[in-house]
Design a protein around this ligand. Structure first.
Ligand code: ATP
Ligand code: MG
Length: 213
């Protein structure tokens, strides 16, 4: 029985490699240089597939992959249907934040009950956050470069991932609210876990052992 693991390129792939190594799995090609989307490993019964970060939950949900690694940001937007999430891998850590232009008085705008225009890739997360605060928002869906939106009048605020804050600063924006801390999770197809438990459980246990606090 073949085990398929869905990963995205970049930080998730890099930070997942040591965890795979702990389970005795190593990639035979580097997805950054290879054009292959199916990457073989040292184990005949394990292969990696390379997908967009936001597509990882979908591949696992439908069983096209047995396992995957996805950010909490992506999982919140997906909703998690059909996914078992046994492990916080504590990798790709950052924070989901509300940010505004540095001269914008966010507190006053919120207090006055102003209707905020918020641009984001994370519409679900943003909707829940502002609804819980009782703030009225018009959400504008973007697919990237959220920092640009307030600079050209598309929105008053953005909801985006922040790690160092360097990109916000470079664009004259400030973070005004943390929505939630973000890290990547191991996701498992629920049917796979039942059918392939003998192979999957030891892998999950090895990942758990290797997670850095
Ligand atoms: P794409 O770049 O293909 O549009 P993406 O931006 O979602 O997709 P990445 O930038 O590789 O892909 O991010 C993958 C995951 O890494 C995100 O879902 C998030 O969980 C996490 N992440 C994103 N930005 C940061 C960051 N600045 N620091 C740490 N982790 C981050
Ligand atoms: Mg990106």
């Amino acid at each position: 029985m073949i085990i398929t693991i869905a990963l995205s390129k970049g930080r998730i792939f890099e930070e997942t490699m040591p965890l795979l190594a702990a389970a005795g799995i190593s990639a035979l090609e580097d997805p950054e240089s290879s054009r292959k989307l199916i990457i073989p490993t040292n184990r005949d019964d394990v292969r990696l597939i390379i997908v967009r970060a936001s597509d990882v939950p979908t591949y696992v949900q439908y069983g096209a992959a047995d396992l995957g690694v996805a950010g909490k940001d992506v999982l919140n937007e997906h909703g998690g249907t059909g996914l078992y999430q046994p492990l916080d891998l504590n990798i790709a850590r950052c924070r989901m934040m509300v940010a505004v232009p540095s001269e914008f008085d966010y507190e006053s705008a919120v207090k006055q009950g102003a209707r905020l225009r918020v641009a984001t890739k994370y519409v679900q997360t943003a909707r829940e956050h502002f609804a819980a605060k009782g703030v009225h928002v018009d959400l504008i869906k973007l697919y990237g470069s959220m920092e640009l939106a307030p600079l050209v009048g598309l929105s008053d605020a953005i909801v985006d991932l922040v790690s160092s804050g360097g990109t916000l600063k470079a664009n004259n924006l400030k973070a005004v609210e943390e929505i939630m801390p973000i890290s990547s999770r191991l996701v498992v197809n629920q049917a796979s876990l039942k059918l392939k438990r003998a192979t999957l459980q030891p892998m999950i246990d090895a990942f758990a052992q290797a997670v850095q606090p």
